[in-house]
Design a protein around this ligand. Sequence first.
Ligand code: PEP
Ligand code: MN
Length: 352
Amino acid sequence: MTTRAGGTYSGADMIVVMKAGATPEEISGVIADIERLGYRTHPIHGVEKTIVAAIGDERGKVQLQSLESAAGVEAVVPILKPFKLASRQVRPGDTIVELADGVTIGGDKLAVMAGPCSVESEDQIFAAADAVKQAGAHVLRGGAFKPRTSPYSFQGLGREGLELLARARERTGLPVITEVLDPHDVDVVAEYADVLQVGARNVQNFALLKRLGKIQRPVLLKRGMMTTLEELLMAAEYILSEGNSRVVLCERGIRTFETATRNTLDLNAVPVLKEWAHLPVIVDPSHGTGHWQYVTPMAYAAVAAGADGVMIEVHPDPAHALSDGAQSLKPARFAELMTGLRKFAEAAGRTL
Ligand code: PEP
Ligand code: MN
């Protein structure tokens, strides 16, 4: 462990910063040199400069540093955070993730994902999809594989739920996000969904994360109820390091001693994650509070705190929902939330 100005660093993970005018040949030459030393390379092409992250162990460290004299190289510096590829050091600007054709998250525009906790029937998902589309949501959510505390609770419609989601997408034009619980289901879920969600209970399911790193589909990674922000970013690192760069983070509340709400929505997470990492961050005030009447104020607070979007549970008939009815908004209340959110977006320098 070597101590450097500004923090501690362990291992030999380095970034090679190329000069602003480095040629493609110089960049590929440096990449080849780094790989010859036994490192994995992750080139990041910025507007002005290219940065090449070199991820590996201690062995080639000295030679890596000597790349400072290679053609086109400006500097070789250690990566200070344990989450290498998620770190702002590797990519100083905000990453904009494309969720589907024409729908992005990050940057000036906020993204709103809304829909029922679970897909229950054609009527239910169509009614929810129509309502959230009408109110201005950008992505339709709905669980087909549900992570329920009790094995006796509704487990979701599985593949049938995926098919209904795909039909709701055809009907409304909204891209869809749904949770994947099991590494073996990644392919089937990716067949139907635009964005794959990793739930709070699976944030450290490393087999699932590695599998998701191998597909080229955006992943929404929810913070676990007992994970620190560093652990959340290390989970993101599993996906990024396997080659999938489209990761969005989600704060959805953590366990505390407080029982008035289902979870304690940790809005501190937003500015902290934005400082440490370049990935988009959204907030889920539905699971964060557990009660519909607290969802709207906390959605506004999330945007004020700098979130890139929100995820909201909306159900056409919350009283009869098969899961999470108590925290689900009726369509009319969701429409009100969207109207109010526009003002908070504007105040935060964003648009909806
Ligand atoms: C959900 O989005 O319905 C869900 C199960 O969320 P979480 O994983 O945050 O509990
Ligand atoms: Mn839910």
